[in-house]
Ligand binder design. Sequence first.
Ligand SMILES: [Fe+2]
Ligand SMILES: [Fe+2]
Length: 278
Amino acid sequence: MQISPSVREQMNRAYLEFFESAERKRRWNVFDDIPWEKLDRSKLSAMKGVCVETYCAEELYLPDYTMGGVELTREVFGLAWFQACWSYEESKHGLVFREYLNRSGLRSSAELAALEDSVAAKRWELPFTTYRQMSCYGALQEAATYLAYKAQKDRAALEGDLVLEAIFKYVSRDEAAHAGFYRTVVEIELDEDRAGTLLDLARVIAHFKMPGDGLIPNYQERLRISGAGISTRSFVQHGLLPMLRTLGTSRAELSAATAMLPAAEPVTVVADSAAHAI
Ligand SMILES: [Fe+2]
Ligand SMILES: [Fe+2]
């Protein structure tokens, strides 16, 4: 990876700040911090089963995410160590969802084994080829995941479902922190090469889709029937636009970068909505 000493230093510092905050304020324990004894069978539903199973499946692609991320970052301490820490945190997400499905009885051991087999049968590939592009992708994807989990936390709180409320509180907080790290990396890259980074950001927005989309069977249908998804409008309003503001980009700048993309490149519904909103 071609990287200047100044950028390397800034990346390393960003990781130290991320890790210190994680260690001091954000650590949680799957076994002790979830009130499993408050699992209330009257609050279970088939929809919750599909919702948590879909999130679980998406988190279970962790080996592929980790391999792809480490391969891109291994030469830069701060980035490679972030990947290691990120993998540990993400591993708890798949685990806590798996535990919920198991302890609640919403899925049997045989059903969980079948889920793991179906995940292992397909491999997630990096959707973009450079670390800068993957940082843009990470900032967007983690923000979308945060919004989805936060919505589930709020829903569980309204229902008085203490177990799901606790689970989604911890996982959504982790996702928000991950989004924050990737945003910092993109900010550093913008300072270093504004035009190139904006072009990457425009390309990532144009092609954005969630990791499970295309991998998990009936992904969109699962999100729709279980209420696990967030609308494109909500994602643009509460995820994409705040991120662009934080990064200090303008509508004109991003539009100019988007215009530089080859005309043949397909544009996703997210990019289309963003183009109308910004
Ligand atoms: Fe996660
Ligand atoms: Fe995350």
